[in-house]
Design a protein. Structure first.
Length: 327
């Protein structure tokens, strides 16, 4: 079965962070793409993909289904997408190129390319090692989003400081006490700089923590997004003069570091295994792409933007150009 022309499938389990990475790479490659959100069926969702026999797609009836005509390219991210991606490649007779983001935990040679951050500690001839995660942030997207800001938002005093806030996970804690401490810290920064705060919580931040931030910063110039209405994330990254980001998300820090603006890491209390995060944070500090936040912002600092997504996309395009289906 031949692959369909100029089509890419993005395969994830629908988690926002994984989907953003895979869509970002697909957009950078430039093929028309379709997003497929996968749900594993029994017993496959409980078994590592390395144990799946050939012929198993492993999808629940409630999942988006995968069927011919096969695409030229699949970009998968997350462990639940590994088995289906490899099965699409097998059923296409190898006409579909398979690219996986992050460590797939199967022999790396089964994929045409693996795009993995350095803190995953894998390497090989078909591995593109990145400093952080790939993503959807581009200069053009940020400029376009910032230009569309309403008049009120454009009147917020400079310097404008974007604040990217994650939430509790298996490694870090963001509870109500920590959120109140963080809000006090942000209020002091706004006072010292006489600027405004553009605070962008994530789904993991939690509604009560968002309310704490809104109450604590109610008299401070700027806005705390309440997760209602259009997401201002790209607009605020584009409008910001500096960025503060909590360290619980590799995606957020990587996206911020791709802007070329001063980026500072807000530390959260560790509650679990943080080794990978700490390796990532240290690599960002060593490259002077990100600095630890210690109460001050150097607005004259102009770090070189990370270009992981562009480099990974170039590698994928080279594979597509070299594949028989491109002829």
């Amino acid at each position: 079965m031949q692959a369909a022309d100029t089509l890419c499938w993005v395969l994830t389990d629908g988690k926002a962070g994984m989907e953003a990475q895979a869509i970002g790479l697909a957009e950078a490659v430039g093929l028309p793409h379709e997003t497929k959100r996968l749900r594993g069926g029994l017993p496959w969702r409980f078994l590592p993909a390395a144990l799946w026999p050939p012929g198993v797609m492993g999808l629940s009836p409630r999942s988006d289904q995968l069927a011919a005509p096969w695409p030229r390219l699949v970009i998968s991210c997350g462990r639940h997408a590994v088995g289906p991606a490899l099965e699409v490649k097998r059923r296409s007779g190898g006409a579909t190129l398979a690219v996986h983001i992050q460590h797939p935990h199967v022999p790396l040679s089964r994929f045409d390319l693996v795009v993995a951050p350095a803190h995953d500690r894998i390497d090989g001839p078909n591995v593109e090692v990145t400093a952080g995660s790939v993503h959807r942030v581009t200069r053009e997207r940020l400029d376009r989003a910032a230009a569309a800001l309403a008049d009120k938002e454009r009147q917020w005093p400079k310097p404008r400081i974007a604040v990217l806030i994650g939430g509790s996970n298996g490694a870090y804690r963001l509870d109500e006490v920590e959120t109140a401490r963080l809000a006090a810290q942000l209020k002091e920064v706004a006072h010292k700089t006489r600027g405004s705060l553009l605070v962008s919580p994530s789904r993991r931040t939690g509604s009560e923590n968002v309310r704490i931030l809104k109450r604590a910063l109610s008299g401070t110039p700027g806005q705390v997004w309440d997760l209602q209405g259009p997401n201002p994330y790209f607009a605020w990254l584009g409008a910001a003069d500096a960025i503060l980001a909590t360290g619980d998300s590799v995606n957020m820090v990587s996206e911020a570091a791709s802007t070329g603006k001063p980026v500072y890491l807000l530390r959260l209390p560790a509650v679990g295994r943080v080794e990978k995060f700490r390796r990532f944070h240290q690599s960002m500090f060593d490259a002077d792409a990100v600095r630890p936040f210690e109460g001050k912002i150097d607005f004259t600092w102009a770090p070189s933007p990370l270009d992981d997504t562009r480099r990974a996309a170039e590698r994928v395009r080279a594979l597509l150009d070299a594949s028989p289906s491109s002829a």
